[in-house]
Design a binder for this molecule. Structure first.
Ligand code: ZN
Ligand code: ZN
Length: 105
């Protein structure tokens, strides 16, 4: 490396931990950034991941044929519609077309 001002050979020196090229005329140059190894550490601040809990259908599925679309799977649940002595009603909801029907036990 030669000094662009006077053409003399630049002399490397350490200044505050950094390499600097000096010339007798007073010119100084810091080498390219690639020569000085500066560790860049990414400080990841405690970014919490928010888990979105989806509202999932919790009803169990049953194998039954939908009379509307011929789908073979439907959600299944029971409900006590009338008095306690009455049998509960079974409900089915097609997983494909959402057609809902019921069946008396
Ligand atoms: Zn010089
Ligand atoms: Zn259906």
């Amino acid at each position: 490396m030669f000094c662009p001002k006077c053409g003399s050979i630049l002399r490397p020196k350490e200044k505050a931990g950094k390499k600097v090229l000096f010339c007798n005329c007073g010119f100084s140059k810091t080498p390219d950034a690639g020569e000085t190894s500066v560790e860049l550490r990414e400080v990841v601040k405690g970014a919490k991941k928010i888990e979105v809990v989806e509202n999932v259908e919790t009803n169990p599925k049953i194998k039954i044929t939908c009379e509307k679309c011929n789908n073979k799977v439907a959600y299944y649940w029971t409900q006590q519609t009338r008095g306690a002595d009455e049998p509960e009603t079974r409900f089915f909801k097609c997983t494909k077309c959402n057609y809902t029907w019921r069946e008396y036990a």
